[in-house]
Ligand binder design. Structure first.
Ligand SMILES: [Zn+2]
Length: 347
C-alpha cells in the first residue's frame, strides 16, 4: 500500500510503498477513503508529541472494512466505518460506565502508538471502529464524515459536560482554531449566545459564519471586562482551547454566577483561581477530553440528521499532504482539512 510515513520529528512525509497490514485476532483492516488533517496530528509531525518512528499519523477517517481477523463477528467486509481515536481497555470501571476517556489502562492514540489513517489501509482493534449510520452519505462527503469523530464529537461532549443551556452565554477562547470554530458552531446549535475570543482576527468572519454573535480580540480589547459587559455581568460558560495561564485565568475571571470553565488545551500550565470568588459564584472548573464512543456515535447521527455539519475548507491528495501541513503549522487553515486517500469508487 501507499502511505505517508514519518521517519523522524519535524521531517517531511515520505510517500512510500510498504507491505499491506494483516489483521490479527480481534483486528480489522479498513481501506481509507479520507483522513482529517488538524493541529492534533500536526503536533506529532512537528515533533511536539513524542512517537516511535517510522509512524503513520491520522485518525479522523472515513473507510470501508476490507479484511477482518480471526474471531471478529461485529464487523464485516464492506462496512463503512470511522475510527475512535483512543486505545482503551474496555474492561476498567471507567470503560464500563462509558467514560473511556478516563481509562485506567489507556493505551495511547491511533496514529501515535500504532499507525493511523494517512495510508491506503489501516489496521486497528475492532473496538476502534464505529460503523457509519446510513443517514450519512459518506461516498459524497467522505472528508466531512471522517472529521465528525473529533471536530464535532469533542464539542458535543463539552455541551453535555458543561451543561450548556438555551439562552446561556458561552465564550470560546481559541475560537478560530479547528476545534474552536466547531465549538462555536455547536454552542450556537445549543441556542447559546456565543462570544468568539481569538487573537487571529482574520478568522472572525469564519467564526461569525459558524454562529458567533460577538468576536473579541483580547490583544486589543480588555478581557475579561468586555466579556462581562457583553454578557451582562459574566459568561455562563468559558471554554478554553488555548490553555495558557493567561487564557485560563481570563476564562475564570470572565465567569458570572454559576459559571463553568472548561479547559481542553492540555498545555500543562498552572493557573490561579480566587477561592472566595469560586465560593460566592459557585464556579465549576473542569477539564474535558475528546469524547466517548457513544458521543462519537451521537455526533454521527446529529450530522446524519443535518443538525450540524463539520467545516472542511480544504482537501488534497497524498502528494499534497506536505504543503497542507505547512499551512496547518502556520495557522492558515480555517476549520478542518482532509487528505483524500482512495476514491470511494476504488473500494
Ligand atoms: Zn479502560
Amino acid at each position: 500500500m501507499r502511505a505517508l510515513v514519518l521517519n523522524g520529528p519535524n521531517e517531511p512525509f515520505s510517500l512510500a510503498t510498504i507491505p499491506d497490514p494483516e489483521p490479527r485476532r480481534g483486528e480489522a483492516v479498513a481501506r481509507v477513503i479520507s483522513c482529517g488533517a488538524g493541529l492534533t496530528i500536526q503536533h506529532v509531525k512537528a515533533g511536539r508529541a513524542g512517537v516511535e518512528y517510522p509512524r503513520i499519523i491520522g485518525h479522523e477517517i472515513t473507510g470501508v472494512i476490507e479484511a477482518v481477523g480471526q474471531g471478529v463477528t461485529d464487523l464485516s467486509v464492506g462496512d463503512a466505518v470511522t475510527t475512535y481515536f483512543y486505545l482503551t481497555c474496555g474492561r476498567c470501571r471507567w470503560c464500563q460506565i462509558n467514560r473511556e476517556t478516563l481509562c485506567e489502562n489507556f493505551g495511547g492514540y491511533v496514529g501515535r502508538v500504532c499507525d493511523g489513517g494517512y495510508a491506503e489501509l489501516i489496521n486497528l482493534p475492532t473496538q476502534n471502529y464505529i460503523k457509519l449510520p446510513e443517514s450519512l452519505d459518506w461516498q459524497e462527503n467522505a472528508a466531512e464524515v471522517g472529521v465528525i469523530t473529533d471536530a464535532i464529537a469533542t464539542p458535543v461532549k463539552v455541551i453535555r459536560h458543561a451543561g450548556i443551556k438555551p439562552g446561556e452565554t458561552v465564550a470560546v477562547f481559541g475560537a478560530g482554531g479547528g476545534l474552536g470554530i466547531h465549538m462555536v458552531m455547536l454552542s450556537k446549535w445549543a441556542h447559546a449566545e456565543v462570544i468568539a475570543v481569538d487573537t487571529a482576527t482574520e478568522k472572525f468572519s469564519a467564526c461569525r459564519d459558524a454562529g458567533a454573535d460577538h468576536c473579541v480580540n483580547p490583544n486589543k480589547e480588555g478581557c475579561p471586562e468586555l466579556l462581562k459587559e457583553l454578557s451582562s455581568g459574566g459568561v455562563d460558560v468559558a471554554i478554553d482551547f488555548v490553555s495558557s495561564t493567561q487564557t485560563l485565568e481570563t476564562s475564570i475571571e470572565s465567569l458570572g454566577r454559576g459559571g463553568r470553565m472548561v479547559t481542553l488545551g492540555g498545555s500543562g500550565e498552572s493557573f490561579a483561581a480566587h477561592s472566595h470568588q469560586m465560593l460566592q459564584k459557585e464556579l465549576v472548573l473542569m477539564g474535558s477530553r475528546y469524547a466517548t464512543r457513544q458521543e462519537v456515535i451521537d455526533s454521527l447521527k446529529l450530522c446524519g440528521r443535518g443538525e450540524v455539519w463539520p467545516m472542511v475548507t480544504e482537501t488534497t491528495d497524498m502528494e499534497g499532504a506536505e504543503a497542507l501541513h505547512g499551512r496547518l503549522e502556520q495557522g492558515l487553515i480555517t476549520g478542518r482539512a482532509a487528505i483524500m486517500i482512495n476514491g470511494p469508487k476504488d473500494t
